[in-house]
Design a protein around this ligand. Structure first.
Ligand code: NFE
Length: 477
């Protein structure tokens, strides 16, 4: 008999996500045979921006999320640079990278230790490790204890990541330093020395604790290298500009279609957001974000999510560290739950090593800002990579004010609902075929979801007050 399992809310993510899966017998094994991902909040930040001074955009969009505000600051500032025709001094380019890098490290450590490790680790009999599911814990007591120690150590490391980023960003989260045409901070020799002191602690943690722990868990749960495989289509806008033009990046722009292994160019004109399964109105075929709208319609026949469905040439794409590292040629594994965890940890090492190089490229005597001003009209596109994947902002200015602003977040790519062709979003697709040992504790389902590190706060906002309740509910269908 098929069973429907509803996990609502999915915990240990950012924001509010409901997952419904149908489990049935396939070849004698209980497996997920259908999946639906629902963002249960409406964001509406785009509507708040309309009519404002464009220079407010980076301050307001950083408030989309407390976990990746730096990425929204970076995307908004790039959007404004583009719309204003601004040039950006080298010092500003580097400090933008350094603060974003610090946020990457904080976010990746957060994800492994504090969001996903408890899917695998059996912690002590106390909060926050209890209550917990008991299904499929495979680590021995010594390994569990070690990982709990590292869970605590990781809290301190995350604080240090924030402090390192605040040296240049002013504060973390929500750094005020990202401005069109540059950065607000003038770096000093002391700042550079202080930043090195932090990196001298962060890099050994990544090398000696974080990466070994991920490899250890991956070894014990090696079957997760073939679970959560999804469409195999990967997208990266590229991130961490290595020169003023932005054409050279630490992690390159590119995409891989359906596991082909060939890295293809990215043309953002091919992106459209469809809403057939979302509580919004938009024309059939979807809208390009440069002319996109945010018009909520609730209830709506056939809709089940506050996330839209971004598609590239009508195809769903997974984004995140695995996409970036694969597109860049740094990761040569496959696409699965454990490949996502491994690629994220290895990316932390790559970004940290680059941060040490960048900070020494700062010149305390050089400028941090080139003057620019708000145009009467124009458009801007700002592409970057948040820790969780491809992030784009699109702006139209009229009469010196924001006439339109659209944001497509990584989680919107990953957790999007079905599109006009009936195609699943990446997380929904990755859930199909997932074995489920115990339908009352569907830990395998949660492991697949967590491997994407979803952030529904980024993807949506503002809670619907009449939502249902309950952690997990079951019904026979
Ligand atoms: Ni709220 Fe975010 C990241 C962005 S995910 S964490 O990383 O953009 O959609």
């Amino acid at each position: 008999m098929a069973t429907k399992i509803v996990v609502d809310p999915v915990t240990r993510i950012e924001g509010h996500l409901k997952i419904e899966v149908t489990v049935d017998s396939v070849g004698g094994e209980q497996q997920v045979v259908d999946a639906r991902a629902t963002g249960t909040l409406f964001r509406g930040l785009e509507k708040i921006l309309v009519g404002r001074d464009p220079r407010d955009a980076q301050q307001i969009t950083e408030r989309i999320c407390g976990v990746c505000p730096v990425s929204h600051g970076m995307a908004a500032t790039k959007t404004l640079d583009d719309a204003f025709g601004a040039t950006v001094p080298e010092n500003a380019r580097i400090m933008r990278n350094l603060v974003l890098g610090a946020n990457y490290l904080q976010s990746h450590v957060l994800h492994f230790y504090h969001l996903t490790a408890l899917d695998f680790v059996d912690g002590p009999n106390m909060a926050p490790w209890r209550p917990s599911w008991k299904t499929d814990h495979r680590l021995d007591q010594a390994t569990n204890d070690l990982l709990v120690d590292h869970y605590l150590q990781a809290l301190d490391i995350r604080r240090k990541c924030h402090e390192a980023g605040a040296i240049f960003g002013g504060r973390l989260p929500h750094p005020p330093a990202y401005i069109p045409g540059g950065f607000t901070k003038a770096p000093t020799a002391t700042d550079i020395a202080d930043f090195h002191l932090y990196m001298n602690e962060l890099i050994p943690f990544i090398d000696n604790v974080y990466i070994p722990d991920v490899l250890l868990v991956a070894d014990v749960y090696a079957d997760y290298f073939s679970i959560g495989t999804g469409h195999g289509s990967l997208l990266s806008y590229g991130v961490f500009d290595e020169d003023a033009s932005g054409s050279d990046k630490l992690l390159a722009r590119g995409r891989i279609a359906s596991g082909s292994g060939t890295v293809l160019p990215v043309d953002t004109a091919q992106i459209k957001e469809e809403v057939i399964s979302s509580w919004y109105s938009a024309p059939a075929g979807g809208e390009h974000p440069s002319v996109g709208t945010t018009e909520p319609v609730y209830p709506k026949e056939g809709a089940y999510s506050w996330l839209k469905s971004p598609r590239y040439s009508q195809a769903p794409y997974e984004c995140g560290p695995l996409a970036r590292m694969t597109v860049n040629g740094d990761y040569t594994g496959a696409v699965s739950v454990m490949d996502r965890h491994k690629a994220r940890a290895l990316e932390a090492r790559k970004v940290a090593a680059a941060m040490v190089r960048w900070v020494d490229e700062l010149d305390p005597a050089a400028p941090v800002y080139d003057s620019c001003s708000v145009p009467a009209g124009g458009t801007g596109e700002g592409l970057t990579e948040a820790p969780r994947g491809a992030l784009g902002h699109w702006l139209r200015v009229e009469s010196g004010e924001i006439a339109s602003y659209q944001v497509i977040t990584p989680t919107c790519w990953n957790v999007s609902p079905t599109d006009e062709r009936g195609g699943h979003g990446p997380v929904e697709q990755a859930l199909l075929g997932t074995p489920v040992q115990n339908e009352k504790e569907p830990v395998e389902v949660v492991r697949v979801i967590h491997s994407y590190d979803p952030c529904l706060s980024c993807a949506v906002h503002v809670m619907r007050p009449d939502g249902g309740s309950g952690i997990v509910s079951f019904e026979a269908i």
